[in-house]
Design a protein around this ligand. Structure first.
Ligand code: ZN
Length: 284
C-alpha cells in the first residue's frame, strides 16, 4: 500500500509530503492521521529544526476528500486532537460536530501549535481543506503557478472549518475570496500578506531550503517561544474565539443542508463542485 504521507529528513529539515497525487492530494482521515504522526515524529526528532509541508505531483492539495474511492468518513481512528466521543456510531449534527472538531478544526489548531517552524511549500492548487494545511504553517512559500480558493460557499457553507480567512488576509479581501469563490493567484495572495514569497516553480524547493537553513541557525527554544508569541498575538486579535464562533455557523449550514437538500454538503460532491467552479468562470 502506498503511504498517503511520506517523511524524510535532510540537512535538519523534515520534508513531510502529501502523497495522493492521483487525487490531487485530497485529504481523507487516513492522511490527516498520517500527517499528525509525521509532525509528531519531526517534533520529537532532535535533528529536525524546521518542518516543510509539500504535496507530491502537480498540486499542493485540492481539499478534503469528498469523493475519491479512499474517502473514509465512516472510519474510526485513535483520536488525538480533542477529547470528544467517536463520530462513527453517531447521527446528524452529533456525528458531524464530533468528526470535524477532531479531524478538521482540532487537528489544524494542534498543528499550528507545533513548537518548530513550519513552512508550507505550495505549488498548483491549494483549495479549501488545502488552505487549512497551508494556514496552519508559519510561512507560505509559493510557486508562480500556485493558486488559492475556498469555494465552500457554493455549498451554502461559510468557508472551511479552520476559519482563518479574516486573519490571514484583510477582512474585505476575505469577503471577496469567499463571496466569489475565485482563485487568488500566488501574486495576489502575496500582495494580501497571506503568502511570504512567490518564486518560479523550478526554484521553489531551493528557496524553501534556503529559508529553512537560515531559520535552523536560530536556537530551538528561542524559535519555539517566538512562534508562541506571534500565535498568542493572533489569538488576542480574536482568531481563536472567532474560529469557535464560526465553527457554530459552519455546523448550522451543514445541518440546514442536511434538512433541505440531499446531504450536509448541499448535494455537491467533488465533481459537482468542479463543474460549478468552472461554470462560475474562476476569476483572477
Ligand atoms: Zn464541515
Amino acid at each position: 500500500m502506498t503511504q498517503v504521507v511520506t517523511y524524510e529528513v535532510r540537512d535538519r529539515i523534515a520534508w513531510v509530503t502529501l502523497n495522493r497525487p492521483e487525487y490531487r492530494n485530497a485529504q481523507n482521515s487516513a492522511m490527516t492521521y498520517a500527517l499528525d504522526a509525521a509532525f509528531t515524529r519531526a517534533v520529537d526528532d532532535e535533528e529536525v529544526a524546521v518542518i516543510v509541508l509539500r504535496g507530491a505531483g502537480d498540486h499542493f492539495c485540492a481539499g478534503h476528500d469528498i469523493g475519491t474511492p479512499g474517502r473514509d468518513v465512516d472510519r474510526s481512528f485513535e483520536r488525538r486532537a480533542v477529547i470528544w466521543w467517536d463520530h462513527v456510531d453517531k447521527q446528524g449534527g452529533d456525528q458531524r460536530f464530533a468528526r470535524e472538531s477532531e479531524v478538521y478544526l482540532g487537528m489544524c489548531r494542534r498543528w499550528r501549535e507545533i513548537p518548530k517552524p513550519m513552512i508550507a511549500m505550495v505549488h498548483g492548487a491549494c483549495i479549501a481543506g488545502g488552505l487549512m494545511l497551508a494556514w496552519s504553517c508559519d510561512f507560505i512559500v509559493a510557486s508562480e503557478d500556485a493558486f488559492f480558493s475556498d469555494p465552500v460557499v457554493r455549498m451554502g457553507i461559510p468557508g472551511v472549518e479552520y476559519f482563518a480567512h479574516p486573519w490571514v488576509m484583510n477582512p474585505r479581501a476575505a469577503k471577496e475570496f469567499l463571496f466569489t469563490g475565485d482563485r487568488f493567484s500566488a501574486a495576489r495572495a502575496r500582495e494580501l500578506g497571506m503568502v511570504n514569497r512567490v518564486v518560479p516553480r523550478e526554484s521553489l524547493e531551493s528557496t524553501v531550503t534556503g529559508i529553512a537553513q537560515r531559520i535552523a541557525q536560530m536556537p530551538r527554544f528561542g524559535l519555539a517561544l517566538t512562534k508562541k508569541a506571534v500565535n498568542q498575538a493572533e489569538d488576542l486579535q480574536g482568531m481563536r474565539a472567532g474560529m469557535d464562533s464560526v465553527f457554530g455557523l459552519h455546523h448550522l449550514a451543514h445541518a440546514h443542508n442536511a434538512e433541505t437538500s440531499a446531504d450536509s454538503l448541499g448535494g455537491l460532491d467533488a465533481r459537482a463542485m468542479a463543474a460549478r467552479n468552472k461554470a462560475a468562470g474562476e476569476g483572477s
